[in-house]
Write a new protein. Sequence first.
Length: 131
Amino acid sequence: ITPEFLIDIGQQMIDQLKATNPDILVDVSFTKSVSSGSLETSTGINHHESSTSFSGYIEGELVKIGDILQIGEFWGWRDLDFNAKQLVSKLSQKFSWAENITTIKSGVYPVVLMPDALSTVLDFVFWSQFW
């Protein structure tokens, strides 16, 4: 994969999202990771393994009437079997869901955290006492 290839895909993704709303600020990033490992034993076993993976992230930011909305989509792959247009479509759909700005009344509301978010909050609470 060449940098030119990634730049071309990134520009297509930016153009596709901005076609839905030209006011969205768009950021696209790609990461390539190459890893390898070896295992050798005293009995003569010798194993070497390497892999390459790619990941990408697209994020949009929309500023409207004092509100800032940031939405992102992430994906990772080991082969280049991904659909950039579908990823942008998901992000575009999220922006369309957020088009209507509403007001809420002040008060106490229940908060439900997904397991990943709860884990992050608990990690912060635990580790912040050591700072």
